[in-house]
Design a protein around this ligand. Structure first.
Ligand code: ATP
Length: 292
């Protein structure tokens, strides 16, 4: 599969914090969710991928172009929505659309107008008159209207109501659905990531702790509920975050496929139960908040 985005040995240092070295690739037509605790470096990573902050080392290639040499061309094909929206506050939405259109070679004004209507943004309103959610939606409309090949989204859905959030996520699915475009989206709303992502990156303390296909990740991480004495010791010992439950005991495995053959007969007899985990549960374990 082609790589739309390649990041190699990327390092960004701040006093008391270092992002990287980061290596990652985003395949064509995929949505990658970026998950991590506050301060893990998600914003720094996304900004470094667009030269919005200057990296100390490493390489970023987008659609085969090197960010050090082709920054302009790259910005033309990347749609970015950041945590904060900066507009000329006294200008009207229609003016802003017109203004930004001049920076992009593939600007689609019909699409921009369609999106404003869909997101119920009055083109006559001035930026300062828009609500927080409307500002995010306007940023999306702008990012999508220049037909980007890659979308880099930094916590884009946090201020949005559930209806618009769903719409925006759907839009991202459509963008990735044409197989040629890709999305990297950071969010603390792991439900959103769960809903749309094909891959998940866990970023902890500036490093990629885990990068996996989402479905296989969720297939491997399970909580096993068992009654004492029902599980072979070796299996019990391989579990972590052991907790007493109404069923008896429980513990987490991150390698369910390796235990499945042993567990299947017990499952059939109802002596063991298997519970699915969410992306949040996995994050909590990865940051070391699970019992060993
Ligand atoms: N301009 C800056 N100057 C100094 N330190 C910075 C700067 N920007 C970010 N940092 C530091 O870099 C680290 C990572 O911050 P970053 O905003 O990338 O994390 P994040 O994962 O996006 O966090 P959050 O989930 O809270 O938005 C933090 O320790 C932060 O204090």
């Amino acid at each position: 599969m082609n790589k739309v985005v390649e990041v190699k040995d990327l390092v960004k240092k701040y006093p008391g914090f270092q992002l990287g070295p980061i290596d990652l690739e985003i395949p064509e037509g995929s949505i990658v969710g970026l998950i991590g605790p506050n301060g893990a470096g998600k914003t720094t990573l996304i900004k470094s991928m667009l030269n919005l902050v200057h990296r100390d080392a490493g390489m970023v290639r987008i659609m085969g172009m090197d960010l050090s040499k082709n920054e302009r061309e790259i910005k033309d094909i990347v749609g970015y929505v950041g945590e904060h929206q900066y507009f000329y506050e006294d200008k009207r939405v229609s003016w802003l659309g017109n203004f930004v259109s001049s920076f992009y070679s593939n600007w689609n004004n019909d699409l921009f107008r369609e999106l404003l209507e869909k997101y119920q943004i009055d083109p006559k309103k001035r930026a300062r008159e828009l609500s927080k959610g409307m500002r995010v939606k306007l940023s999306f409309a702008i990012a999508i209207s220049h037909n980007p090949k890659v979308m880099l989204l930094d916590e884009p859905t946090s201020g949005l109501d559930p209806i618009v959030r769903r719409e925006i996520l759907e839009e991202m699915r459509n963008i990735a659905g044409d197989e040629k475009r890709s999305v990297l989206i950071s969010s603390h709303i792991t439900d959103d990531i769960d809903r749309i992502a094909d891959y998940v990156i866990y970023l902890l303390d500036g490093k990629v702790a885990l990068y996996s296909e989402k479905d296989s990740l969720l297939a491997e991480w399970k909580r096993i509920h068992y009654v004492d004495g029902e599980l072979p010791d070796s299996l019990q010992n391989s579990l972590f975050d052991k907790t007493e439950t109404a069923f008896g005991n429980s513990g987490i495995t991150s390698k369910y496929s390796e235990l499945k053959a042993l567990l299947d007969p017990l499952l059939q007899e109802g002596r063991v139960k298997v519970e699915n985990l969410g992306l949040d549960d996995i994050l909590i374990c990865l940051v070391g908040k699970c019992k060993k």
